[in-house]
Design a protein around this ligand. Sequence first.
Ligand code: ADP
Ligand code: MG
Length: 421
Amino acid sequence: MTYIQNIMLQLLFALLPFVLFTIYYRDKPVNYSRNFITVTSCACLILSMTFPSTVETGFIFDIRYVIMFFGILFGGLPTGVTLLAVFLLYRLYLGGEGMLSAYTILIATFPLSILLCDWYHRAKERKQLIVFLAGISFSVIPLLILFIMETKYMLSHLSFHIMVMPVQNSLGIWLLISLFKKAAADKELFISYVHNERVQAISHVAASLAHEVRNPLTSVMGFLKLIRNPSLPREKVDQYIDVCTEELARMQTILSEYLAVSRPLGKHKEEIDLSEQIYAVTDVMTPYANMNNVKLVVEDIRSMSIRVESNRDEMKQLLINFIKNAIEACSDRHDGMVIIRLLASNHEAGLLIKDNGVGMSSEQIKRLGTVYFSTKSTGTGLGLTFSYQLIRSLGGRVNVRSEQGNGTEFVIRLPIAAAES
Ligand code: ADP
Ligand code: MG
């Protein structure tokens, strides 16, 4: 019975990185990082070594080989080396007779882990087989070395070793690797969904854009026909040319802003002017608002220079997500209106996006920013998931005030990089 308890406890430790991954990365549109793997593997290693399976003082059996293999597989060699250092130091601290054999076993299994991980990454198929092989090797090699180095001890506890080691290591490796791999693959899929939702949002906007561009085109065409008339006075010709130039310049702005928001998201962070971004995005979103019969009002913020540290494309995407939602919330009203206002305090930039649309219940407000929460028939609930995550990563926060039937007010607060007005 104690064998089973020991094994169960070790398997629980082995699942720790997987459990922490699903909790920590739940709503985040990013996948695991090397630091995450290193930290969780170290915690797991220390826990399993502190509460190991044991039959004789000084000899401890934990899931160190499982963790090493996992760490190298998902975190790479730097994680493996960190784990090795943690193991060597902690094992030295724990001491006992089994220390020498433990170090010897690790000298044999550590390079093997690196080789197997390399094989795993290069293999196109049969990855499961490599995991199985790793499980078997990390059960048999320690047993053999222990048998050679500590024959007497080994023989007196043979049943313990034959039962505990293979189950702990093979099952541990298989469980951890397959569950973690599945969770990471699901996350990858989720990230591509978030990307698709961006494409979808942009294609919605594109439909309204085509509408918006058609009107000025028609009027430019009309004016050009008028200018053809040789009897038209010179000042009239100049006036028409001015109108055409203005219309074409406006179209050019809208189209170039649209191209700017539809290109792939960059990663580079820089100091950006918030009001500049707002004007750029509202240029693109105005046609969408017009198509939905909603008035989009940007309160005069031209004189305000509020700078925040962010990636330009991501900030635009964030603004589009909030403004698009606000427009969609008002689309059934005849007097729909979306107001955008910038608020500045000493160390924070505030951006208010207010609409008089359908509003939300308190239940709905609580679920904002969580994965797949949407009340729209064709909605994805990924727009705000991305936006909330970005705001958090910039050290900001969001306040929401909403009343069903009476509209919604979002206030996004971001740390300021520099401000002058
Ligand atoms: P989607 O727009 O695809 O539904 P989002 O993540 O952009 O996904 O929004 C999630 C949900 O939040 C929406 O379905 C809607 O119910 C709610 N929501 C967001 N903004 C507003 C708003 N301004 N007014 C009312 N409801 C909103
Ligand atoms: Mg949306």
